[in-house]
Design a binder for this molecule. Sequence first.
Ligand code: FE2
Length: 257
Amino acid sequence: MTKYIAKKPNANGYVGYIPEENETWQILYERQIKVIQDRACAEYLEGLKTLNMPSNRIPQCGEISEVLKAKTGWSVAPVAAIIPLEQFFALLADRRFPAATFIRTREELDYLEEPDIFHEYFGHCPMLTHQAYADFVQWYGENALKASKKAQSLLGRLFWFTIEFGLIQNKDKLRIYGGGILSSSQETIYALESDVPERLPFDIMKMLKTSYRYDEIQKCYFVIQDLADLFQLKSDKIIPLVESMGSESKGDDFVIC
Ligand SMILES: [Fe+2]
């Protein structure tokens, strides 16, 4: 259930936001642009520059899509606040990143359970300008769509620990590439600087066996060495492996985040 209602684009794909919604974007953008410096990975910062999103208003879907299409063949698809899992996977498989067209209320500026447009555009879209990452997300959607329900719940952990909450080693510096972290100022600092969470090396089996909570700050993160590591998931024949685990290991409920 969600209290939010996504806004419907008009015939030209334009979504009309009221001044208060644009101001909410500006507050979030101006705060987060400072926090991510020296914390987001180089690939994300480069992608953010390429997208060149406005700071004072919510970007239009067409503006983001135009840049993504030219770089990696992706676009963003305006969707309802909550969509079925099959639609989510099908959009990813088609290189269309689902983005619910609402922005959080001021009361939920720091934390909300549903992914809003700030999370989708600011958190995820910069990384989608990178081919290795963009290809991985498409591969993920295509395979998750074909997977059994049990396998999907395990695959949810891969999504969670990479696309949403992944860390990456940039030379000798630990940095963030997960969109769930990069759209939260509190977690951007916590993920790198807190002594509380574990930071584990990239390990597919460990990832598949690690449960997650979506309603509290993370207890562990997985660190990749390079975005190309994500393609190990493909070369390791992960889908047959996950399907074979499906009968003996129950995953978490897949949470679209
Ligand atoms: Fe997300």
